[in-house]
Design a protein around this ligand. Structure first.
Ligand SMILES: Cc1cc2nc3c(=O)[nH]c(=O)nc-3n(C[C@H](O)[C@H](O)[C@H](O)COP(=O)(O)O)c2cc1C
Length: 336
């Protein structure tokens, strides 16, 4: 079996340096259990912590991961409205709690007191400072290629810049890369940039165990990476109160074709399409209801098990990293 050892695998006692992102509505207990059983670390998608309704029952999903090493993730600004979800999750003794999109400090001490590690996903150097102030055990540098919510910086320069920042300020803090990592080439690149591991969303979104509707993965499998768009307009129209600095990367559809680049107008019409959007979701009308993926959608052609995703990713990364050591890139064409 392929092995890529890093500080992350050694310190956190996991076999592979691969974490499954806490994708709202997608990373349920089945996927999280499958990732952890395969030697990665699964993080349950706690999403908006139930603050906006319409999410899977967290208790039910938590029951599916019993006995494993797992994490739970929340959208930080939503916890302000629903901190009881964090308390409920902590009762299940997660190994780590993943906070993204908002100020982590109000929650970090509570998480540490409960014996869990704090992972903060950041999109900028300012966020990295906030994560350190909160006492984060690990920082995930999320590039704009990522599926779902995020910001503007790209993975390639953001990861080494945060590595340099951590080297000066907090060398023991672990660093993971996120955004566009979907195979062994991405994992090897992340490690070469100075990350201790990778947080993977889109690739696990299209795994057998994910809660993703099949019609969505069929769409994504046909799409290239050119066919996603990052926009703030949709959250405004559906009335989800995201802070201004974050936007949403999704697969283009009729709805984004009409609105993605009309953000000022959408802001003025805030919430006006909330009902229509909820209806599109109920009917799985994918011309309006969003398929949430990153640019890595162009690398998805199938829906394998989480275990085989991890196995292939690590085997390919191991072979590339070994080959890299020879400094001979003349034959570096690799099948995906
Ligand atoms: C369908 C989907 C839902 C997501 N939901 C969340 C979420 O609820 N909370 C969060 O912190 N990140 C969320 N993300 C972003 C991931 O944490 C991660 O940054 C991203 O998936 C990494 O990039 P990749 O998609 O290219 O692998 C989501 C991503 C996707 C694709």
């Amino acid at each position: 079996m392929a092995v890529v050892k890093t500080r992350l695998t050694e310190q956190w006692g996991i076999r592979h340096p691969v974490l499954c992102a806490p994708m709202a509505l997608i990373a349920g207990g089945r996927l999280v259990a499958a990732v952890s059983d395969a030697g990665g670390l699964g993080i349950l998608g706690g999403g908006y912590a139930g603050a906006l309704g319409g999410e899977p029952d967290l208790e039910k999903e938590l029951a599916l991961v019993r006995g494993r090493k797992f994490g739970v993730g929340f959208i930080t600004w939503a916890l302000e409205r629903a901190s009881q979800a964090l308390e409920a999750a902590l009762k299940h003794s997660p190994y780590c709690v993943f906070l993204s999109f908002g100020e982590p400090k109000p929650y970090a001490k509570r998480i540490h007191d409960a014996g869990a590690k704090v992972i903060c996903q950041v999109q900028s150097l300012r966020h990295a400072e906030e994560a350190l102030d909160a006492g984060a055990d690990a920082i995930v540098a999320q590039g704009t290629e990522a599926g779902g919510h995020g910001a503007n910086r790209s993975t390639l320069p953001l990861v080494p810049e945060i590595r340099d920042f951590l080297a000066k300020r907090a060398p023991k803090t672990l660093l993971l890369a996120a955004g566009g990592i979907a195979d062994g080439r991405g994992l090897a690149a992340a490690l070469m940039l100075g990350a201790d591991g990778a947080l993977v969303g889109t690739r696990f979104w299209a795994s057998a165990e994910a809660l993703t509707p099949q019609a969505m993965t069929d769409r994504a499998a046909r799409a290239t990476g050119d066919e996603t768009v990052r926009t703030k307009a949709i959250d405004a129209l559906r009335g989800v109160p995201w802070p201004q600095e974050f936007s949403f990367r999704v697969l283009k559809n009729k709805f984004t074709d009409e609105w993605a680049h009309r953000e000022t107008e959408a802001d003025a019409a805030r919430g006006s399409l909330a009902k229509a959007y909820a209806q599109a979701r109920a009917q799985q009308d994918l011309d309006m209801y969003l398929t949430v993926v990153g640019e890595a959608t162009g690398l998805l052609h199938d829906r394998p098990s989480a275990a085989s995703i991890i196995e292939n990713m690590v085997a390919q990364a191991e072979s590339l990293l070994k080959r890299g050591a020879s400094l001979d890139f003349r034959a570096s064409k690799v099948a995906s």
